[in-house]
Design a protein around this ligand. Structure first.
Ligand SMILES: [Zn+2]
Ligand SMILES: [Zn+2]
Length: 219
């Protein structure tokens, strides 16, 4: 079994259905056995194309998530768990045929509900802020926890309240339009055959072009 075939089957199932494919489903699609699928998924996990739980079940294939991390994203006919703020804002760009998507969440600081229509032509209006807690260099130490701590808040005050309640320092705060620009191209190509992850230098150029700066992002 070709590992790129497996990667595409995972990503395209998430894209089309909003949920992760199970091993039997992948084996049937790829005309192989579930053991081969298990080995292939572990390879993809080592390359950070997917995130698996202890039982080998797919938890994330960024920007797709099989588990709730604070966001829902509704397209024209499909509903996804949105992953983190970055992932949720990326889905409309990755799946433009779904039109503007309704991204919904609750502020972790005060539980106030927020929702935006997110499309591909311009950032949604709003003075909410995105908060990233884990610096880029450590994001993959525990990537599910990292995504769970990349959320949208009412404003800086709610981030400060949340951080002091948690006994931690605020991380990196960006406005909605920066988040939208950052999410727009980050996952480009993931649904296409032959996708190659960005190398560190290209990733840094991309981040700078979105207006990010500082050691938090390794820049
Ligand atoms: Zn709030
Ligand atoms: Zn994420």
């Amino acid at each position: 079994m070709d590992s790129e075939d497996l990667r595409l089957a995972v990503y395209r199932t998430f894209a089309a259905t909003g949920r992760e494919p199970g091993p039997a489903e992948l084996a049937a699609q790829l005309r192989t056995g579930t053991d081969e699928v298990g080995v292939g998924l572990r390879e993809l996990a080592a390359q950070r194309h997917v995130v698996l739980d202890d039982d080998g079940r797919i938890v994330m294939a960024h920007p797709f998530s099989a588990v709730p991390l604070g966001f829902s994203v509704m397209g024209r006919d499909t509903l996804w768990w949105g992953g983190c703020a970055w992932d949720s804002f990326a889905l409309p760009h990755l799946l433009p045929d779904q039109g503007e998507m309704l991204v919904a969440t609750r502020c972790p600081g005060c539980d106030r509900p927020h929702a935006w229509n997110v499309g591909t032509s311009s950032p949604p209006p709003g003075d909410q802020v995105a908060h990233f807690h884990t610096p880029a260099a450590r994001m993959w130490d525990d990537v599910i926890r990292t995504c769970a701590h990349q959320r949208l808040f009412c404003g800086r005050e709610c981030v400060t309240d949340w951080a002091s309640r948690k006994g931690t320092e605020p991380g990196y705060i960006m406005d909605l339009s920066t988040l939208w620009r950052f999410a727009a191209g980050w996952y480009e190509g993931r649904l296409d055959r032959g996708y190659v992850r960005r190398d560190p230098a290209t990733a840094a150029d991309y981040m700078r072009s979105c207006g990010l700066s500082g050691s938090f992002w390794g820049l």
